[in-house]
Design a protein around this ligand. Structure first.
Ligand SMILES: [Mg+2]
Ligand SMILES: [Zn+2]
Length: 190
């Protein structure tokens, strides 16, 4: 089984811009491609794990979300840094669209998306790491049995100052490139 780096999307791979409902809102951090390429080269699968309540709320639909992810792939692929897979949770307890209105296991901080990805792709959760800019990402990773890092991009600068009770990151780093360095230093060769 392969280890993975599970990555939050908004505020971690790309600028936090609220709901991404137009392609021109997609802004990849300048270090993202290099960070992902380093991790892939060391044998980590790269899996994006993103809450997309915008779908349940009717702000965007699933075809548009796939378009956003294709656009992200197109920016990363030339650098050999395209993610291996994307998992998203379209649900929300207050979703406007009834089929998405539920309390689910996949909405972060729930571990459902990581569990599903690990089952689908044959990933070793114990040797994997979740990286995100919010405590719910850290809690999600730990709930799924991975290590978990908080980055100070996106919401991370504020979040780092106010950890909720019981939440503790394995480390807090300035950005995804620093997180990649931490992962490479703190992982045995896959
Ligand atoms: Mg985020
Ligand atoms: Zn869900």
């Amino acid at each position: 089984m392969k280890p993975a780096v599970f990555l939050d999307r908004d505020g971690t791979l790309i600028e936090e811009r609220g709901y991404i409902d137009r392609l021109d809102l997609l802004s990849v951090f300048p270090w993202t491609a290099d960070a992902l390429r380093l991790l892939k080269r060391r044998g980590f699968a790269i899996v994006v794990i993103t809450n997309q309540a915008a779908i349940g709320r009717g702000v965007i639909d699933e075809p548009f979300l796939r378009e956003v992810h294709r656009a992200l792939d197109a920016r990363l692929a030339p650098a050999g840094a395209a993610p291996d897979a994307y998992y998203y949770c379209p649900h929300h307890p207050d979703a406007a669209i009834e089929r998405f209105r539920m309390i689910c296991r996949c909405r972060k901080p729930g571990p459902g998306m990581i569990e599903q990805a690990a089952a689908d792709l044959g990933l070793d959760r114990r040797r994997s790491v979740m990286v995100g800019d919010r405590w719910l990402d850290v809690v999600c990773g730990h709930a799924a049995g991975t290590r978990a890092l908080l980055v100070r991009t996106g919401h991370g600068a504020h979040e780092a100052e106010a950890p909720p009770p019981g939440a503790q990151a394995d480390a807090i780093l300035n950005n995804l490139m620093e997180a990649a360095g931490w992962i490479l230093r703190n992982s045995s060769t896959p």
